[in-house]
Design a protein around this ligand. Structure first.
Ligand code: N01
Length: 536
C-alpha cells in the first residue's frame, strides 16, 4: 500500500519524530516532497518524550539547544533556565510541531520493523510492527543516537518484586520513592541526574557504581529578559561563532594548551571555567584536552581535587574519583551530585570490586554475598548507542543484504549520511558524523539541509536514485578512524566505542574532527558534483 498524504504518492518516509525527524519533515515539505514521519511513541519529541526521570535536563544550554532555521520560532519561544528541564524541552518540541503544522503528516504508534529496497521500483518497502506499510522513494532514518535502552546482563531481573524502571522509559505517572529504599544502577549522565534528584526524597538511596564519571557543576540559573534579548539581538554573530567551534557550541575555541601556561595560570583558568559551569566550557579550557595525555591529566586532576574537597568520607571520595581521561567518555553536568554522598540517607556501593551477581525477589545480591533489600530499582544503564536503533530494524539494501551484515565489523558510512549498498537511504546524525560530539541540534540542521539540497539537485537532474560508492565510504571510514586515533577517545571504554554492549564491534563511531571540518568535507563533496555518490 502506498500512503498518499494529500492525495500524492509518498516521496519521503521519515522514521522518527524527534528533533531530527521534525525538521526533516518540515524541510521535505518546504522542498515540495510528499513526506510522512512515523514514530513508535505516542507523542513527538523522541528522547525528550521517552526520558522523563526526575532531574533530567539537557547538558547543552537551552538557547543553543534550539533550532536556528526559523527566526519566528527563535523569537517566540522563551527558555526559562540556562539548562532546560525535560518538560520544557518537550513543550518546545510540541510548540515547534504546532507552529510548523507538522502533526498532519506524523503518524504515531508506528514501530518500524523492516525496510527493504526494491531495485525494480526504486522504492523502499517499509513495514511497521502492526503490519502497516509504506513505499517511499526516499527513506530518512531519524532514529536518534541514544534511543534503544540498554538493560544490564545481570541475572534475575524478572524476579524482582519491587518497582523496576529504566530511566529511558520512565512511567508518565512517575515512580513513588517517598519513604522507599531505592537502588540505582549506573552513574552516567542519567544516573548522576536521577540520583541528585532522588537524594532526600527516598528513605535510603544506594548508588551502585561500576565506573565513576566526571561531572561538572551546571551553575544552572533562571534566564532573564535581558539574557534572552541579548541572545536575540546578537544571534547572527553568536551563531556564526558557534559554527566555527568543534562542537557547534558558543564556547571557545580554547587558544592554548595547558602545557603552554604556568601551573598558577592553569589553575586560574580551570577555576574560572569551573565557576562558569557546564561540561563543554570546562573541558574546553585548553585546546588539547582530548589529544594530549599530559594536558588531560591536569584537567582530570583538578576535578579529582574538587571531589576530594566536597565529599567528606575519604573512601567514598576516592571511589567517586574517575581515573580515565576526562572527556573521553561523556562528561556529566550536575547540580550538587558529589554533595549527596555527604548525606546519611545516600550510600555509594562500589560494584567494580564487588559486582552485582544477581537481582533477587527482594533486591540485589553482590558477589561477596551481601544482600540489599530494595523497594525500587532504577536502571540508568544507558543505550545501545548510535547503531542500536538502526540495527533494530531489518534494513535490507541491494540484493537483500542486511545492514547488520554490512556493519558486522562496525558501522560503515559515507559522511555518516549514507551507506554503500543502501540506495536512497539517509541517516541523520549517523555514525561517522560528529553527531554526539556536537550540539546535536546543529548537526541535525546541517544533515537535514544537506540531504534536502541533495534531493532537490537530483530532482532538477531528473534522477531518482543515489547511493554512496564503496571506495568513497572506505576512505571516509578510514578518515573517521584515523581522526579518532589522534585523540584520547580510543583509550576509554565508552559507548562512543561500543564498549558497553557485549558482542558489539569496538570501533569509535562518531567523527572526532569537529563540526567545521566535517561541514567543509560535506560541502566539498557537493562542490564536486556529489563526489563519491553514484546517481541514476
Ligand atoms: O548512560 P551511560 P546514560 N552493572 O551509558 C552502568 C546522553 N544523556 O543514560 O561505565 C553496573 O552513560 C555503566 O557503567 P560502566 C549523554 O550523551 C544526556 O547515563 O559501563 N553498572 C554506566 O555508569 C549520555 O552520555 C543527558 O562501567 C552498569 C551507566 O550504567 C548518554 O545519554 C542526560 C551495568 C550507563 O551510563 C547516555 O547516558 C542523560 C552493570 N551491569 C543522558 N551496566 C543530559 O543531557 C551498565 N552500567 C544531561
Amino acid at each position: 500500500m502506498i500512503t498518499k498524504p494529500n492525495g500524492r504518492e509518498l516521496d519521503v518516509l521519515i522514521v522518527g519524530a524527534g528533533f531530527a525527524g521534525m525538521y526533516m519533515l518540515h524541510k521535505m515539505r518546504e522542498c515540495g516532497f510528499a513526506a510522512l514521519a512515523v514514530d513508535a511513541a505516542s507523542e513527538i519529541g523522541g528522547t525528550w518524550y521517552h526520558n522523563r526521570y526526575p532531574g533530567l535536563r539537557c547538558d547543552v544550554e537551552s538557547l543553543e539547544y534550539s533550532y536556528t532555521f526559523s527566526p519566528e520560532i527563535r523569537n517566540e519561544w522563551n527558555w526559562s533556565e540556562r539548562y532546560p528541564p525535560q518538560p520544557e524541552i518537550l513543550a518546545y518540541a510540541r510548540f515547534v510541531a504546532d507552529k510548523l503544522d507538522l502533526r498532519r503528516d506524523v503518524q504515531l504508534n508506528r514501530r518500524i520493523v523492516s525496510a527493504h529496497w526494491n531495485e525494480a521500483s526504486r522504492r523502499w518497502t517499509v513495514t511497521s510492527e502492526a503490519g502497516q506499510s509504506w513505499t517511499p522513494r526516499w527513506l530518512m532514518m531519524a532514529t536518534g543516537c541514544l534511543s534503544v535502552p540498554r538493560f544490564p546482563n545481570i541475572p534475575g531481573v524478572e524476579l524482582f518484586d519491587g518497582t523496576l524502571v529504566h530511566t529511558a522509559a520512565w512511567p508518565e505517572a512517575g515512580v513513588e520513592v517517598g519513604g522507599k529504599t531505592v537502588g540505582l544502577i549506573g552513574t552516567g549522565s542519567s544516573g548522576v541526574q536521577v540520583a541528585t534528584a532522588l537524594a532526600g526524597r527516598a528513605r535510603q538511596l544506594s548508588v551502585f557504581q561500576r565506573t565513576p564519571a566526571y561531572t561538572i557543576p551546571a551553575r544552572n540559573r533562571v534566564l532573564t529578559d535581558d539574557d534572552r534579548r541579548y541572545f536575540r539581538e546578537h544571534f547572527p554573530e553568536l551563531d556564526a561563532w558557534a559554527r566555527t567551534t568543534s562542537g557547534g557550541i558558543m564556547t571557545g575555541p580554547a587558544k592554548v594548551s595547558a602545557l603552554e601556561v604556568a601551573p598558577e595560570e592553569q589553575e586560574a583558568m580551570l577555576w574560572k571555567a569551573w565557576e562558569q559551569g557546564g561540561s563543554f566550557r570546562f573541558t574546553g579550557t585548553f585546546n588539547d584536552v582530548r589529544r594530549n595525555a599530559e594536558s588531560n591529566t591536569i584537567v582530570s586532576e583538578f576535578v579529582r581535587k574538587r571531589i576530594r574537597e566536597t565529599v567528606k568520607d575519604p573512601r567514598t571520595a576516592e571511589l567517586l574519583c574517575p581515573h580515565d581521561y576526562i572527556a573521553t567518555r561523556r562528561v556529566c553536568v550536575d547540580t550538587g551530585y558529589y554533595e549527596i554522598f555527604n548525606r546519611d540517607d545516600v550510600s555509594l556501593v562500589d560494584v567494580s570490586s564487588d559486582p552485582i551477581e544477581t537481582i533477587t525477589k527482594r533486591g540485589v545480591r553482590l558477589a561477596s554475598g551481601v544482600e540489599q533489600d530494595l523497594d525500587v530499582l532504577i536502571l540508568a544503564t544507558g543505550y545501545d548507542a548510535m547503531t542500536g536503533a538502526l540495527l533494530a530494524i531489518d534494513i535490507r539494501g541491494e540484493n537483500g543484504v542486511s545492514l547488520k551484515e554490512a556493519w558486522a565489523e562496525g558501522p560503515k558510512t559515507y559522511l555518516g549520511l549514507a551507506v554503500a549498498g543502501f540506495p536512497n537511504l539517509f541517516t541523520v546524525t549517523g555514525p561517522g558524523s560528529p553527531s554526539v560530539l556536537s550540539n546535536v541540534l546543529r548537526s541535525i540542521e546541517h544533515h537535514v539541509e544537506w540531504i534536502a539540497d541533495c534531493l532537490v539537485a537530483l530532482r532538477a537532474e531528473g534522477r531518482e536514485r543515489i547511493e554512496a560508492e564503496v571506495d568513497a565510504q572506505t576512505r571516509w571510514v578510514a578518515n573517521v578512524n584515523e581522526t579518532a586515533e589522534k585523540t584520547l577517545f580510543t583509550k576509554a571504554a565508552s559507548w562512543y566505542m561500543g564498549a558497553d554492549i557485549p558482542g558489539k564491534p569496538k570501533v569509535f563511531m562518531p567523527f572526532a574532527g569537529g563540526l567545521p571540518t566535517y561541514v567543509a568535507a560535506c560541502r566539498d563533496v557537493v562542490a564536486r558534483g556529489y563526489d563519491g555518490f553514484a546517481k541514476a
